[in-house]
Design a binder for this molecule. Structure first.
Ligand SMILES: Cc1cc2nc3c(=O)[nH]c(=O)nc-3n(C[C@H](O)[C@H](O)[C@H](O)COP(=O)(O)O)c2cc1C
Length: 179
């Protein structure tokens, strides 16, 4: 089983770190799981204009194919203006509407204020559900204060939630695979 993590931040380091921690937690829970991090800041994903995927640049095609070839996925986004980033929304716009059929799609968010901890419930979850993803009950919000200066997540409660999310994602994906 391959778990792909997507970080929807085009400049920062907190979101890719948070996504990476979910990937590592999954690997630790089940070492047979293959993991890959797609950090969107390392790719030039073009804006969707309605043309078929083959009309876009190599980075766009690579990122979309990596997502489509994953067995299950964890999406990370910083909160931008009380929503997900435009970069992540643009990526979703590249996908067919059944892109996540029979796939678990988890969510992890970073934000400056915990007042926005429910943003993904209302802005990201509906998109994942529309694309037929199975969204776990658990989702993790990591506030900037939860990181130390070395960009490590220092809050033990958050680390516990990350571990639980990874375990829930594996459990759900194995159940879906067994259908
Ligand atoms: C353009 C912009 C808008 C932001 N809007 C919000 C916001 O509405 N709510 C919030 O809690 N944090 C907001 N933030 C803070 C980021 O979500 C936060 O710093 C996050 O950890 C950045 O993650 P990164 O290091 O992966 O880029 C915003 C940051 C930027 C750059």
């Amino acid at each position: 089983m391959k778990l792909v993590g997507v970080s929807g931040s085009l400049i920062g380091s907190k979101t890719p770190k948070a996504v990476y921690e979910v990937l590592m937690a999954a690997k630790s829970a089940d070492p047979t799981i293959e993991i890959e991090l797609v950090d969107l800041k390392e790719y030039e994903v073009e804006f969707v204009n309605g043309t078929p995927l083959s009309y876009y640049n190599d980075d766009t095609i690579k990122v979309v194919n990596t997502i489509q070839n994953a067995d299950f996925l964890i999406f990370g986004t910083p909160i931008y203006q009380a929503s997900i980033t435009g970069a992540l929304k643009n990526l979703f716009d590249h996908l067919p509407i059944d892109a996540f059929k029979s796939k678990v799609t988890g969510m992890i968010t970073t934000g400056g204020t915990d007042k926005h901890f429910l943003v993904t419930e209302y802005h990201l979850k509906p998109i994942l559900s529309y694309l037929k993803g199975v969204v776990p009950v658990g989702n993790v919000f990591v506030q900037n204060d939860d990181f130390n200066e070395e960009n490590e997540i220092k809050n033990a409660e958050v680390i516990g939630r990350i571990n639980k999310l990874a375990e829930e994602m594996i459990l759900l994906q194995k159940a879906l695979n067994g259908k």
